[in-house]
Design a protein around this ligand. Structure first.
Ligand code: CP
Length: 303
Protein backbone atom coordinates (compact mmCIF):
# COMPACT_ATOMS: atom_id res chain seq x y z
CA UNK A 1 0.00 0.00 0.00
CA UNK A 2 1.54 3.27 -1.13
CA UNK A 3 1.44 6.39 1.01
CA UNK A 4 3.19 8.34 -1.75
CA UNK A 5 2.44 8.10 -5.45
CA UNK A 6 5.65 8.87 -7.30
CA UNK A 7 5.48 6.37 -10.17
CA UNK A 8 3.18 3.76 -11.68
CA UNK A 9 5.76 1.08 -10.86
CA UNK A 10 5.25 1.76 -7.14
CA UNK A 11 1.76 0.25 -7.52
CA UNK A 12 0.70 -3.27 -8.55
CA UNK A 13 -1.38 -4.44 -11.54
CA UNK A 14 -4.23 -5.15 -9.12
CA UNK A 15 -4.13 -1.66 -7.59
CA UNK A 16 -3.93 -0.18 -11.11
CA UNK A 17 -7.09 -2.03 -12.11
CA UNK A 18 -8.80 -0.92 -8.90
CA UNK A 19 -7.87 2.71 -9.61
CA UNK A 20 -9.46 2.44 -13.07
CA UNK A 21 -12.61 0.86 -11.64
CA UNK A 22 -12.81 3.54 -8.94
CA UNK A 23 -12.39 6.25 -11.59
CA UNK A 24 -15.35 4.81 -13.51
CA UNK A 25 -17.40 4.52 -10.29
CA UNK A 26 -16.75 8.18 -9.44
CA UNK A 27 -17.51 9.18 -13.04
CA UNK A 28 -20.80 7.33 -13.19
CA UNK A 29 -22.07 8.37 -9.75
CA UNK A 30 -21.01 12.01 -9.90
CA UNK A 31 -18.94 13.75 -7.25
CA UNK A 32 -21.86 14.22 -4.86
CA UNK A 33 -21.81 10.54 -3.95
CA UNK A 34 -18.06 10.27 -3.32
CA UNK A 35 -16.53 10.57 0.14
CA UNK A 36 -15.88 14.11 1.19
CA UNK A 37 -12.53 14.89 2.77
CA UNK A 38 -13.41 18.29 4.20
CA UNK A 39 -10.84 17.96 6.98
CA UNK A 40 -7.98 17.37 4.51
CA UNK A 41 -5.59 19.90 3.00
CA UNK A 42 -3.53 19.59 -0.19
CA UNK A 43 -0.75 21.87 -1.40
CA UNK A 44 -0.04 22.29 -5.11
CA UNK A 45 3.56 23.06 -5.99
CA UNK A 46 4.19 23.14 -9.74
CA UNK A 47 7.84 23.87 -10.51
CA UNK A 48 7.34 23.30 -14.25
CA UNK A 49 4.53 24.75 -16.39
CA UNK A 50 1.18 22.97 -16.55
CA UNK A 51 -2.40 23.62 -17.60
CA UNK A 52 -4.23 20.27 -17.67
CA UNK A 53 -2.58 18.56 -14.73
CA UNK A 54 -2.61 21.55 -12.41
CA UNK A 55 -6.22 22.56 -13.02
CA UNK A 56 -7.59 19.02 -12.99
CA UNK A 57 -5.80 18.11 -9.75
CA UNK A 58 -7.22 21.29 -8.26
CA UNK A 59 -10.72 20.37 -9.53
CA UNK A 60 -10.31 16.82 -8.25
CA UNK A 61 -9.50 18.16 -4.77
CA UNK A 62 -12.51 20.51 -4.84
CA UNK A 63 -14.84 17.71 -5.87
CA UNK A 64 -13.52 15.62 -2.96
CA UNK A 65 -14.01 18.49 -0.52
CA UNK A 66 -10.26 18.88 0.05
CA UNK A 67 -8.98 22.39 0.77
CA UNK A 68 -6.19 23.33 -1.64
CA UNK A 69 -3.29 25.72 -1.18
CA UNK A 70 -1.37 26.70 -4.32
CA UNK A 71 2.27 27.61 -3.82
CA UNK A 72 3.75 29.99 -6.36
CA UNK A 73 7.37 28.86 -6.66
CA UNK A 74 8.59 32.39 -7.43
CA UNK A 75 6.89 33.72 -4.33
CA UNK A 76 7.93 30.88 -2.05
CA UNK A 77 10.95 30.61 0.24
CA UNK A 78 12.52 28.20 -2.25
CA UNK A 79 13.75 31.38 -3.96
CA UNK A 80 15.51 32.34 -0.70
CA UNK A 81 17.48 29.12 -0.79
CA UNK A 82 15.25 26.91 1.34
CA UNK A 83 15.61 23.31 0.26
CA UNK A 84 12.63 21.39 -1.13
CA UNK A 85 12.99 18.94 1.75
CA UNK A 86 12.66 21.70 4.33
CA UNK A 87 9.74 23.26 2.45
CA UNK A 88 7.93 19.91 2.62
CA UNK A 89 8.77 19.38 6.29
CA UNK A 90 7.23 22.81 6.94
CA UNK A 91 4.07 21.94 4.98
CA UNK A 92 3.86 18.72 6.99
CA UNK A 93 4.25 20.68 10.25
CA UNK A 94 1.31 22.90 9.21
CA UNK A 95 -0.88 19.81 8.80
CA UNK A 96 -0.98 19.59 5.01
CA UNK A 97 -1.96 16.01 4.13
CA UNK A 98 -0.90 15.79 0.47
CA UNK A 99 1.56 17.61 -1.75
CA UNK A 100 0.77 17.48 -5.47
CA UNK A 101 3.92 18.48 -7.26
CA UNK A 102 5.60 18.79 -10.66
CA UNK A 103 9.36 18.92 -10.71
CA UNK A 104 12.19 18.84 -13.24
CA UNK A 105 14.73 17.12 -10.98
CA UNK A 106 14.44 13.32 -11.20
CA UNK A 107 16.31 12.48 -8.01
CA UNK A 108 14.71 14.59 -5.30
CA UNK A 109 11.18 13.37 -4.54
CA UNK A 110 11.92 9.78 -3.55
CA UNK A 111 14.61 10.48 -0.91
CA UNK A 112 12.49 13.31 0.54
CA UNK A 113 9.40 11.07 0.64
CA UNK A 114 11.30 8.71 2.97
CA UNK A 115 11.66 11.53 5.51
CA UNK A 116 7.94 12.37 5.66
CA UNK A 117 5.41 10.69 7.91
CA UNK A 118 2.06 12.48 7.63
CA UNK A 119 2.50 14.30 4.28
CA UNK A 120 2.01 12.22 1.13
CA UNK A 121 3.61 13.22 -2.16
CA UNK A 122 1.59 12.77 -5.36
CA UNK A 123 3.75 13.19 -8.47
CA UNK A 124 2.20 15.42 -11.13
CA UNK A 125 5.19 15.05 -13.48
CA UNK A 126 8.85 14.40 -12.72
CA UNK A 127 11.52 15.17 -15.33
CA UNK A 128 11.58 12.59 -18.11
CA UNK A 129 10.72 9.73 -15.80
CA UNK A 130 7.25 9.84 -14.31
CA UNK A 131 3.71 11.13 -14.87
CA UNK A 132 1.46 8.56 -13.16
CA UNK A 133 -1.81 10.50 -13.24
CA UNK A 134 -1.46 11.03 -17.02
CA UNK A 135 -0.90 7.28 -17.38
CA UNK A 136 -4.05 6.57 -15.35
CA UNK A 137 -6.24 8.89 -17.41
CA UNK A 138 -4.78 7.36 -20.57
CA UNK A 139 -5.59 3.88 -19.26
CA UNK A 140 -9.15 5.04 -18.46
CA UNK A 141 -9.57 6.42 -21.99
CA UNK A 142 -8.45 3.09 -23.42
CA UNK A 143 -10.62 1.10 -20.99
CA UNK A 144 -13.68 3.15 -21.92
CA UNK A 145 -13.38 2.04 -25.55
CA UNK A 146 -12.06 -1.52 -25.28
CA UNK A 147 -13.37 -2.56 -21.82
CA UNK A 148 -9.89 -3.94 -21.22
CA UNK A 149 -6.31 -2.69 -20.92
CA UNK A 150 -4.54 -5.86 -21.97
CA UNK A 151 -3.72 -7.62 -25.23
CA UNK A 152 -3.69 -4.40 -27.25
CA UNK A 153 -1.29 -3.36 -29.99
CA UNK A 154 -0.04 0.11 -29.11
CA UNK A 155 2.15 2.54 -31.04
CA UNK A 156 3.84 5.63 -29.60
CA UNK A 157 4.82 8.20 -32.21
CA UNK A 158 7.10 10.99 -31.09
CA UNK A 159 9.79 12.09 -28.74
CA UNK A 160 9.80 9.05 -26.43
CA UNK A 161 13.40 9.79 -25.40
CA UNK A 162 12.29 12.86 -23.43
CA UNK A 163 8.79 11.77 -22.46
CA UNK A 164 7.61 10.98 -18.93
CA UNK A 165 4.20 10.15 -20.40
CA UNK A 166 5.83 7.33 -22.40
CA UNK A 167 7.72 6.02 -19.35
CA UNK A 168 4.68 5.94 -17.07
CA UNK A 169 2.42 4.37 -19.69
CA UNK A 170 5.04 1.75 -20.47
CA UNK A 171 5.08 0.70 -16.81
CA UNK A 172 1.41 -0.34 -16.76
CA UNK A 173 1.20 -1.46 -20.40
CA UNK A 174 3.95 -4.03 -19.78
CA UNK A 175 2.04 -5.48 -16.79
CA UNK A 176 -0.90 -6.33 -19.02
CA UNK A 177 0.80 -8.09 -21.96
CA UNK A 178 0.31 -5.39 -24.52
CA UNK A 179 2.32 -5.35 -27.74
CA UNK A 180 4.17 -2.01 -27.69
CA UNK A 181 5.97 -0.20 -30.49
CA UNK A 182 7.42 3.25 -30.97
CA UNK A 183 8.77 5.41 -33.73
CA UNK A 184 10.61 8.57 -32.72
CA UNK A 185 12.61 11.31 -34.43
CA UNK A 186 15.75 9.49 -33.30
CA UNK A 187 14.77 5.86 -33.86
CA UNK A 188 15.90 3.94 -36.91
CA UNK A 189 12.52 2.66 -37.98
CA UNK A 190 9.72 1.15 -35.95
CA UNK A 191 10.94 -0.22 -32.61
CA UNK A 192 9.29 -3.28 -31.05
CA UNK A 193 9.58 -2.66 -27.29
CA UNK A 194 8.67 -6.22 -26.28
CA UNK A 195 11.32 -7.76 -28.53
CA UNK A 196 13.82 -4.90 -28.14
CA UNK A 197 14.46 -4.67 -31.87
CA UNK A 198 13.81 -2.25 -34.71
CA UNK A 199 12.33 -2.85 -38.14
CA UNK A 200 14.52 -0.65 -40.31
CA UNK A 201 12.60 -1.30 -43.53
CA UNK A 202 10.98 2.13 -43.26
CA UNK A 203 7.57 0.61 -43.94
CA UNK A 204 6.01 1.51 -40.59
CA UNK A 205 3.15 3.35 -42.33
CA UNK A 206 2.07 0.12 -44.01
CA UNK A 207 1.13 -1.49 -40.69
CA UNK A 208 -0.74 1.49 -39.22
CA UNK A 209 -4.01 -0.44 -39.68
CA UNK A 210 -2.83 -3.06 -37.15
CA UNK A 211 -2.80 -0.77 -34.10
CA UNK A 212 -5.56 -0.49 -31.48
CA UNK A 213 -4.08 2.62 -29.89
CA UNK A 214 -1.73 5.30 -31.22
CA UNK A 215 -0.30 7.77 -28.71
CA UNK A 216 1.35 10.83 -30.21
CA UNK A 217 3.92 12.72 -28.15
CA UNK A 218 5.11 16.23 -28.81
CA UNK A 219 8.78 17.09 -29.31
CA UNK A 220 9.79 18.01 -25.75
CA UNK A 221 11.91 20.96 -26.86
CA UNK A 222 12.41 22.20 -23.31
CA UNK A 223 14.37 19.01 -22.57
CA UNK A 224 16.53 18.99 -25.70
CA UNK A 225 20.20 19.93 -25.46
CA UNK A 226 20.03 21.37 -28.97
CA UNK A 227 16.70 22.96 -29.80
CA UNK A 228 17.11 22.49 -33.54
CA UNK A 229 17.36 18.79 -34.13
CA UNK A 230 14.48 19.03 -36.61
CA UNK A 231 12.16 21.72 -37.91
CA UNK A 232 8.37 21.47 -37.32
CA UNK A 233 7.94 20.89 -41.09
CA UNK A 234 10.47 18.04 -41.09
CA UNK A 235 8.81 16.50 -38.06
CA UNK A 236 5.34 16.64 -39.60
CA UNK A 237 6.64 15.10 -42.82
CA UNK A 238 8.43 12.28 -41.02
CA UNK A 239 6.05 11.43 -38.18
CA UNK A 240 2.94 13.63 -38.25
CA UNK A 241 -0.51 12.06 -38.67
CA UNK A 242 -1.70 13.61 -41.92
CA UNK A 243 -4.82 12.74 -43.92
CA UNK A 244 -3.03 10.00 -45.83
CA UNK A 245 -1.68 8.30 -42.70
CA UNK A 246 -5.02 8.74 -40.95
CA UNK A 247 -6.74 6.89 -43.78
CA UNK A 248 -4.46 3.90 -43.16
CA UNK A 249 -5.37 3.73 -39.45
CA UNK A 250 -8.24 1.44 -38.37
CA UNK A 251 -11.51 3.27 -37.64
CA UNK A 252 -11.50 1.54 -34.22
CA UNK A 253 -8.01 2.72 -33.33
CA UNK A 254 -7.83 5.38 -30.60
CA UNK A 255 -5.57 8.29 -31.51
CA UNK A 256 -4.37 9.96 -28.34
CA UNK A 257 -2.06 12.78 -27.25
CA UNK A 258 -1.40 13.94 -23.67
CA UNK A 259 -1.23 17.57 -24.68
CA UNK A 260 -0.11 20.22 -25.12
CA UNK A 261 0.36 19.72 -28.86
CA UNK A 262 2.01 21.85 -31.52
CA UNK A 263 -0.45 22.83 -34.25
CA UNK A 264 0.22 20.90 -37.47
CA UNK A 265 3.32 19.19 -36.13
CA UNK A 266 2.27 15.92 -34.46
CA UNK A 267 -0.95 15.81 -36.54
CA UNK A 268 -2.92 17.83 -39.05
CA UNK A 269 -5.19 20.02 -36.92
CA UNK A 270 -8.13 19.34 -39.27
CA UNK A 271 -8.20 15.76 -37.98
CA UNK A 272 -8.87 16.61 -34.33
CA UNK A 273 -12.67 16.44 -34.82
CA UNK A 274 -12.47 12.83 -36.09
CA UNK A 275 -14.29 10.49 -33.75
CA UNK A 276 -11.20 8.36 -33.04
CA UNK A 277 -9.17 11.39 -31.89
CA UNK A 278 -9.54 11.12 -28.08
CA UNK A 279 -7.45 14.12 -26.99
CA UNK A 280 -10.24 15.99 -25.17
CA UNK A 281 -11.73 12.74 -23.85
CA UNK A 282 -8.36 12.10 -22.17
CA UNK A 283 -8.55 15.53 -20.55
CA UNK A 284 -12.12 14.76 -19.42
CA UNK A 285 -10.96 11.57 -17.66
CA UNK A 286 -8.11 13.50 -16.01
CA UNK A 287 -10.32 15.00 -13.31
CA UNK A 288 -11.88 11.65 -12.30
CA UNK A 289 -8.61 9.67 -12.53
CA UNK A 290 -6.96 12.22 -10.23
CA UNK A 291 -9.89 12.00 -7.79
CA UNK A 292 -9.38 8.26 -7.56
CA UNK A 293 -5.60 8.66 -7.07
CA UNK A 294 -6.03 11.22 -4.29
CA UNK A 295 -8.68 9.04 -2.57
CA UNK A 296 -6.35 6.03 -2.75
CA UNK A 297 -3.51 7.96 -1.10
CA UNK A 298 -5.67 9.55 1.63
CA UNK A 299 -7.27 6.21 2.47
CA UNK A 300 -3.83 4.60 2.76
CA UNK A 301 -2.77 7.33 5.20
CA UNK A 302 -5.57 6.19 7.50
CA UNK A 303 -5.05 2.44 6.97
N1 CP B 1 -0.47 16.41 -20.25
C1 CP B 1 0.01 17.33 -19.37
O1 CP B 1 0.73 17.01 -18.42
O2 CP B 1 -0.38 18.61 -19.65
P1 CP B 1 0.05 19.89 -18.79
O3 CP B 1 1.55 20.02 -18.94
O4 CP B 1 -0.71 21.03 -19.37
O5 CP B 1 -0.30 19.62 -17.35
Amino acid sequence: MATHLLAVKDLTPNIWHNLIEETFRIHSKGSSSTSLYTDKHAALLFMEPSTRTQVSFSMACSKLGIQTHSLDVGGSSLTKGETLKDTLLNLQAMGINALITRIKDENLLRPISNELNSLSIICAGEGKTSHPSQALLDACTIYESFKKIDGLKILFIGDIEHSRVYQSNLEWMKWFSNEIYYISPKSEGLFNVNKGEADKSGLWENILHEFDVIIMLRPQLERHDSKNIFSPEEYFKKLGINENRHNKISKNCLIMHPGPFYTNVEFDEKLISKSNFKIYRQVHWGVFARMSMIKYILENQNA
